[in-house]
Design a protein around this ligand. Sequence first.
Ligand code: SF4
Length: 169
Amino acid sequence: MTEQKLYEEGWERFPWWWILLENLLYLVIWAIGFAVMWPLQVAGAPLASLGYALFILITVGWLLKVHNCSTCYYYGKWCHLGWGKYTAIFCRRDAGNPETGMKLAVVYMILPLIPIVGGIAVILLGGFSWALLSRMGVFVVLNGVQLAVRPKGCAHCKKRYICPGSAAK
Ligand code: SF4
């Protein structure tokens, strides 16, 4: 990446509270998604919830880090999610392919849909409860919050104007 194309006023390092809050938002959303699908069990095992968690671990926790974060300016640095630091723990710089990373980013659109479909399945299978509906409501609202927060991170990002996934161009 050429340094001169970077957004000069972008932050070299995001504040700790930003990183903490944005990661907490992700974790809470995933935890609610996990809980929503909990009743979808086979032989007593919550397979849908476990599959969802495994999918997150493999895609967000590993593949997207290798293909997006290892090639990012923030590799080894505190980006808005701190994932540049996390990636540097297990992956060398430029280990991945940014084009593959862009394709894989579709995962962020699929992830919110899984618990919604799962929750509808729970209701259709006779598991309706107001608690479930409330969880699904909070899940949808928090995903909306995440969508609203995203451009704010991009607005302070060094890659703001050169990143294909930037929400603040
Ligand atoms: S511009 Fe936005 S999507 Fe791209 S690296 Fe920066 S924060 Fe991430």
